[in-house]
Design a protein around this ligand. Structure first.
Ligand code: BGC
Length: 722
């Protein structure tokens, strides 16, 4: 088995949507779905842009898909050779993880179409593809290529006022409806055969029709270059796109691919985990890291990663807690600059979090549950549509999932703990933590008949139980955030009093600081060692039935399990790791026995209806020395996008796409779980807990500017520099 690529043989129309995700390529600036060269909106072909959002009417605000500059459709003697229309005698599709390329190989009666496609890892705005056409009959070949502006959107259209230019470089320009952001796509083509070319503008785009006489046995190569710029990248995106295409034409495909592959190789040098003993797991782990690298916004320095990556517009292209809790750990250990950039997104969107807190009558920073550009809240009050009535259902994720602020503060603190670098705190991280702590102060309640401080009416990670009191995870995150705010002021009081004094003064924080000291130790719950922790007040009193019982009550398989009348809401069945996630994120608070007791209680009651769940269960199983129990969760997390798994529906809403959090989770399980890697005060240690299926793990980590290679076997571990 080749652990660096994945190939699917044969064509099945039912796989079109899943394959768009499975075979995705991208570079953080844009993602190109794994569709065929000749496909369009019907097959969900899309060039999904990072950080550019638009709202059409009162539909959901979502990221913008750019026009497709790599479209190419071949006809021979008037017969269109399109997968899905003409019957292929053979077909395969491959994604190469190491090289970051997509390829297809399709045999039709009249010709064989092979293509290779890249979204350049070396130049964020550039895409290219090379088509190799081998003819089986003599005849007139026509390749229609160009820039298609009739594109797939979920809640679109988003681009208006299209204008086109023909010439050696084709150009399509348009503007988004809501914020009037220009989006420009250019395309250039090279054809290896003597040909005629006609160009035309239609209401679906600007095209070139490349016509030539083909001979049986002859192979013709056609190369396409496309560039994408938007108004977010600076002025004159159209000119820049055209200039980049011209440059690409003169550099040539081989040169672009060489730069692209070299950039990918560098990423792998810094991050590849060599897993020995199980090729299937090794390949799934490579696929996971491949997907993460494909969507990491290295070009920006202040963007984060959407919950469905760049695989389309599902989840509104929004940034969730997934970024800080499931993606950040990979990067902080392998590419700290990128980890910093992800957190910078939260610094820059702090104004949005302050606005949201104020909107609900609180002080401090309440981060959006689904964050879009500038910290705009993408989450609506009606995030699910009922499958029976087709009516929107009131969900409370937006207003009650308050653990988000603590999750963000947690990642800022981890960044400091692991890197020892306070510069991010100075850049705004300290302000983020202080404002998040302030939010919890203003959100908490104190009973008049006692001292307990409570967080009422919240939603924890388990979204099937809405509006609960004292969710253990949320309370713990809030308490941690408050304690870190205090710790931070102490650290700076020692190292840079002028900085912290000025900040506390700017934020008028003196009284809050005093409150923090008294409040955070009183925040419930107080965990009893060795006990099963109640997920929230009253959880144990809910019906304790099996997952099968609850599943058996569904009247429709797409029915939503949560909210008022959802099948799980009145039972102990939970969507995803909640208490278990808390024990995974705060290992120092719990003995291994407590972690195990809670795992054994909650795991059978967990639907794992979120792709975030498996990772937390695997990490904790490693904690209490049972990597064998972690294995199944590891495989599930690592292979989710290869298997095409994960949920595709929440009620009537399509939520498919790639699963970055599970991808990050796979790395966490391998490195933090099985290898037991831990970095404290610049010191690396490992405590191997390899499952029987793995003979060894070898991986790089970067700590305080130095790269180390860690090798872990069943007998121990070692590290070397470099
Ligand atoms: C999960 C959330 C997660 C979101 C995006 C939801 O289904 O319950 O925890 O943040 O998906 O991945």
């Amino acid at each position: 088995m080749d652990i660096w690529s994945y190939t699917q043989n044969g064509y099945n129309a039912d796989d079109t949507v899943t394959n768009g995700n499975r075979f995705l390529i991208g570079n953080g600036y844009m993602g190109y779905r794994g569709t065929m060269d000749e496909w369009g909106r019907g097959e969900m072909a899309a060039v999904n842009l990072a950080g550019v959002y638009d709202q059409n009417g009162d539909q959901w605000r979502e990221p913008v898909n750019a026009p497709n500059g790599l479209f190419a459709k071949l006809s021979v003697n008037g017969e269109e050779l399109s997968l899905g229309k003409a019957e292929p005698s053979a077909h395969s599709q491959t994604v190469h993880f190491r090289r970051g390329t997509h390829s297809r190989d399709t045999e039709f009666a009249a010709a064989r179409i092979q293509s290779e496609r890249i979204v350049s890892a070396a130049e964020p705005h550039l895409l290219a593809s090379r088509l190799t056409l081998t003819f089986k009959t003599d005849g007139r070949a026509e390749l229609t290529t160009g820039i298609v502006t009739d594109i797939w959107d979920i809640n679109g259209p988003h681009l208006f006022g299209h204008s086109y230019q023909t010439g050696a470089v084709l150009l399509a320009e348009a503007r988004t409806g809501e914020l009037d952001i220009p989006v420009a796509v250019a395309q250039a083509a090279q054809c290896g055969a003597a040909h005629d070319e006609k160009q035309e503008v239609t209401d679906t785009g600007v095209y070139r029709r490349i016509c030539f006489d083909a001979k049986a046995g002859e192979t013709v190569a056609v190369t396409l270059f496309s560039a994408v710029f938007t108004g977010m990248d600076g002025p004159e995106p159209g000119k820049r796109a055209a200039a980049l295409c011209e440059q690409a034409l003169s550099d040539g495909y081989e040169c672009l691919v060489a730069a692209h592959e070299a950039a990918w190789e560098k990423l792998w040098q810094n991050s590849a985990v060599e897993l020995s003993g199980c090729d299937e797991a090794a390949r799934a782990l490579n696929a996971s890291l491949y997907h993460l690298h494909s969507i990491a916004p290295r070009h920006a320095g202040n963007l984060s990663i959407p919950a469905r990556g760049l695989s389309g517009q599902t989840y509104k292209g929004a940034i969730f807690w997934d970024s800080e809790v499931f993606l950040f750990p990979v990067f902080v250990h392998t590419e700290p600059e990128l980890a910093k950039a992800l957190l910078r997104y939260r610094i820059e969107t702090l104004p949005g979090a302050l606005r949201k807190a104020a909107e609900y009558g609180f002080r401090g920073a309440f981060y959006p549950w689904e964050s879009q550009e500038g910290g705009a809240e993408g989450c609506t009050n009606y995030n699910v549509t009922d499958v029976f009535t087709h009516r929107p259902v009131r969900t409370y994720f937006r207003d009650r999932q308050i653990h988000i602020s603590g999750d963000i503060a947690y990642a800022f603190w981890r960044y400091y703990e692991i890197t020892g670098d306070l510069s991010l705190m100075r850049e705004g991280g300290a302000e983020v933590i202080l404002q998040c702590a302030r939010f919890y102060l203003s959100r908490a309640h104190r009973r008049v008949d006692g001292d307990d401080v409570e967080l009422l009416d919240v939603i924890g990670p388990d979204e099937y139980h809405e509006r609960v009191n004292n969710n253990a995870f949320t309370n713990q995150m809030a308490a941690h955030c408050m304690s870190r705010a205090l710790a931070l002021t102490e650290i700076f009081a020692e190292s840079d009093p002028a900085f912290i004094d000025a900040l506390l003064q700017k934020l008028d924080y003196k009284d809050d600081l005093a409150r923090l000291k008294t409040v955070y130790p009183l925040l419930r719950p107080v965990f009893a060692e060795g006990e099963v922790i109640e997920q929230f007040d009253g959880y144990f009193a809910l019906e304790d039935c099996s997952l099968e019982t609850v599943r058996g009550r569904l009247l429709d398989e797409r029915e939503y399990w949560g909210t008022n009348h959802g099948v799980a809401a009145h039972t102990q069945i939970i969507k995803q790791a909640d208490v278990v996630a808390m024990t995974a994120l705060f290992p120092a608070l719990f003995s291994d026995e407590t972690v195990e007791r809670n795992w054994r209680y909650y795991e059978p009651r967990t639907e794992h209806g979120s792709s975030l769940s498996a990772c937390m269960h695997a990490l904790t199983a490693c904690c209490f020395g049972r990597p064998d129990l972690a294995w199944e969760h590891f495989i599930k997390s690592a292979s989710i996008d290869l298997a095409g798994g994960g949920k595709h529906w929440a009620g009537e809403i399509y939520i498919g796409g790639t699963h970055p959090a599970a991808n990050g989770g796979a790395w966490m399980i391998a490195v933090l779980g099985f290898a037991g890697l831990s970095v404290r005060d610049g010191e690396i240690t490992a405590s191997p807990r390899l499952p029987p299926q793995i003979t060894s793990l070898r991986f790089p980590v970067t700590v305080r500017g130095k790269r180390y290679r860690i090798t872990v076997t069943h007998d121990g571990w070692s590290r070397e520099e470099g």
